[in-house]
Design a protein around this ligand. Structure first.
Ligand SMILES: Nc1ncnc2c1ncn2[C@@H]1O[C@H](COP(=O)(O)OP(=O)(O)O[C@H]2O[C@H](CO)[C@@H](O)[C@H](O)[C@H]2O)[C@@H](O)[C@H]1O
Length: 471
């Protein structure tokens, strides 16, 4: 089966969060299962783009409104990722150092989608499925069905995976003129609440819609940032498939970003050596439990709760616990975390920014990973943490609920709390400190977590089964 994944991120080409991890891994596993998986992403000016060689496989041009853009589709030469990687180059739109956050993001991702469709339109054959990820690629199913230029591609099955329904890419109807010509009678398919909504359009037009965990699928019926009615209406074609993790990259026994690798037999010594490095760098006492947070500093991740959780815990239990935060995002949250660091003189430190190798060291050297998420469609951090022997402390929501059983219950591998509020998270942190102080029990929970298997195998197969049953 030939599968084309279209996405705004793909690790290690361009990654901002979990979308990049999934699109960098799932195709590799689909390929291993005997399929032909391809990935196409924008050619941002990332390190990967600058340091690899490409062949131009397609060239074209497009009008977007009054602007003319030239584009190239490039193919990476070495095939080192385990699947064919293609990049779309559009000077003036996609040649940015970053992935998101530009004032013309609507035009950037629309241009990307038009270039992808133009390229596929030139193939001699058709792919078996086009798999779109998140709203940046959400207009593709619509344009395939109703765009005049893509008539030849009408029967190509499409899948949308929702990695996070909070982001929908809406823009006003005044920008309709940017879209390639389509059957205007079908304009309603683009609309949600008076705006053009790419995520809603994809939910309506894709042949199948998936989300990244069964728990999140259920939650979307009640909480989907305004799309609840649509989700309920389209529920017959929707399914939740739990993400896996790339066990070749995320393996503490082979991780090339770690100076001290370790496996389950030597977890105590291995983690102690990594913790030592972290504690030296951030000024912590190695004998205390180290609780870390890694992620985007946004409300969805509960990052705004961190100052309260950290401040209150250190105030109530001075000298008993250390906290470390790695992330960037909302400037207000960054500022309040920096203020918290000045207010609590010991026991808390942070690194504002994006640092892939530091994140690996934190998974390896921490005792606990805190995830107070308000919304968590799947969450990969808790699965990485489990594999690295770091006990996750999670709010019971979405994929976190599907993957972390509380250690108080049979087979438990982590600590769960229910309310997206500082007081409940603080209670969970207290339980973590108690568990740390009961080392035999702590080791049992840690080992149990390391034995969990979150590899992609089963989930990659579930996607293939779904593609095969789409006709
Ligand atoms: N400052 C930083 N430095 C280094 N690394 C950092 C970092 N901030 C984040 N990361 C890394 O980015 C990834 C985050 O993945 P998540 O799945 O937790 O979140 P995200 O919300 O981006 O993804 C969305 O899509 C994924 C994939 O489907 C879903 O799991 C998730 O629930 C959904 O919100 C992890 O690999 C993490 O280590």
């Amino acid at each position: 089966m030939e599968i084309l994944h279209v996405s705004a991120e793909c690790y290690p080409v361009a990654k901002v969060g979990g979308l990049g991890d999934v699109v960098g891994a799932l195709p590799k596993y689909q390929q291993e299962l005997g399929n032909f998986a391809k990935v196409i992403v924008p050619a941002y000016r990332t390190r990967y783009y600058e340091t690899h060689e490409f062949d131009v496989v397609h060239q074209g041009g497009m009008w977007m409104g009054h602007g003319w853009y030239h584009f190239n589709v490039l193919k990476e030469r070495s095939n080192e990722l385990g699947f064919d990687l293609y990049l779309v180059e559009i000077p003036g739109l996609l040649d940015t150092p970053g992935v998101y956050g530009y004032s013309n993001d609507t035009e950037r991702f629309l241009g990307f989608q038009i270039a992808v469709l133009d390229w596929i339109n030139e193939w001699n054959h058709l792919p078996d499925v086009i798999h779109c990820h998140d709203h940046h690629t959400g207009l593709i199913p619509f344009l395939l069905s109703y765009g005049y230029k893509y008539d030849r591609l009408k029967e190509v099955p499409t899948v949308l995976t929702i990695h996070n329904a909070q982001y929908q890419g809406q823009f006003g109807w005044d920008k309709l003129y940017l879209l390639p010509a389509f059957d205007l009678w079908k304009s309603g398919q683009l609309d949600w609440n008076g705006a053009i909504n790419p995520l809603a359009a994809a939910i309506k037009c894709a042949w199948r819609v998936t989300t990244v965990s069964p728990g999140y699928m259920e939650e979307l019926h009640e909480n989907a940032a305004g799309l609840e009615g649509l989700i309920r209406h389209e529920s017959a074609k929707m399914v939740g498939i739990l993400n896996g993790i790339d066990t070749a990259i995320w393996d503490p026994s082979t991780d090339h970003m770690l100076n001290h690798t370790y496996d389950i037999q030597e977890v105590a010594e291995g983690k102690a050596a990594n913790k030592q490095l972290l504690c030296e760098r951030f000024g912590f006492d190695t004998s205390l439990p180290l609780i870390s947070f890694i992620g985007r500093l946004v409300g969805d991740k509960g990052a705004d709760l961190l100052p309260e959780i950290i401040g209150k815990t250190i105030y109530d239990f001075p000298g008993e616990v250390n906290f470390l935060v790695l992330g960037s995002g909302d400037p207000h949250i960054e500022w309040s975390l920096q203020q918290t660091r000045y207010l609590v003189s010991h026991g808390f430190n942070l690194h504002i920014g994006y640092d892939e190798s530091l994140s690996h060291l934190i998974y390896a050297g921490s005792d606990f990973l805190l995830m107070p998420s308000r919304v968590e469609p799947c969450g990969l951090n808790q699965m990485y943490a489990l594999r690295y022997g770091t006990i996750p402390i999670v709010r019971s929501t979405g994929g976190l609920k599907d993957t972390v059983i509380d250690f108080g219950d049979p087979g438990g591998v982590g600590i769960r709390f229910v309310q997206p509020a500082g007081w409940d998270a603080c209670a969970a942190v207290r339980r973590a400190v108690q568990l740390y102080n009961d080392q035999p029990n702590f080791r049992t929970v840690q080992q149990r977590g390391m034995h969990e298997n979150h590899a992609w195998g089963t989930s990659a197969q579930r996607y293939l089964d779904m593609y095969s049953n789409m006709k």
